[in-house]
Design a protein around this ligand. Structure first.
Ligand code: HEC
Length: 135
């Protein structure tokens, strides 16, 4: 069996791998590795920002919101987004109706008369977390 060492370098384009190659590399490689870890710590600092004081459930809800909703709603849920209205304060009942069925709870007056938003069944298991984040 031939152990093909070079093939492992094919996947060597991420920060982790730059770090792994730190030993015995040139100054250029070292700079690259340091730059990589600087980027990584910036990314980590950024990911943590705005999470302070959130319960684990609300922090999860924030992640889901940022991943699934801000194509249309604003990053700040209390503001109108590029397509959707503010959703700050949306209750669990409202989220369930709108996200799963494209409807509203009985007696609820929608913020918009339109029906543009497609149902978002992929977030079904995170509705409680979304409600905690938006409350
Ligand atoms: C494709 C764009 C789009 C996406 C993605 C989207 N929305 Fe919406 N959303 C809208 C629009 C537009 C409305 C206004 C009503 C309508 O036209 O459907 C709305 C309305 C709502 C409402 C009702 C607001 C009210 O009080 O009347 C809630 C709650 C809501 N969205 C939550 C979410 C959440 C949570 C996500 C992410 C899981 C999400 N939306 C993803 C476009 C979107």
């Amino acid at each position: 069996m031939r152990r093909s060492a070079p093939s492992s370098t094919i996947y060597c384009n991420d920060v982790y791998c730059n770090g792994a190659r730190l030993h015995g590399t040139t100054a250029g490689g070292l700079r690259k590795a340091l730059f990589g870890s600087a980027l990584l710590s910036m990314a980590l600092a950024h990911a943590g920002c705005g999470q302070e004081g959130l319960s684990p459930s609300a922090a999860r809800g924030r992640q889901v919101y940022l991943a699934q909703c801000i194509a249309c709603h604003a990053m700040d849920p209390s503001k109108p987004g590029p397509v959707g209205p503010p959703v700050k304060g949306a209750s669990r009942e409202l989220l369930e109706a709108k996200l799963l069925k494209g409807t509203y709870p009985p007696g609820y007056t929608p913020r918009r008369p339109t029906a543009i938003m497609p149902p978002q069944p992929q977030v079904a298991s995170d509705i409680g977390a979304l409600a905690d984040f938006l409350r």
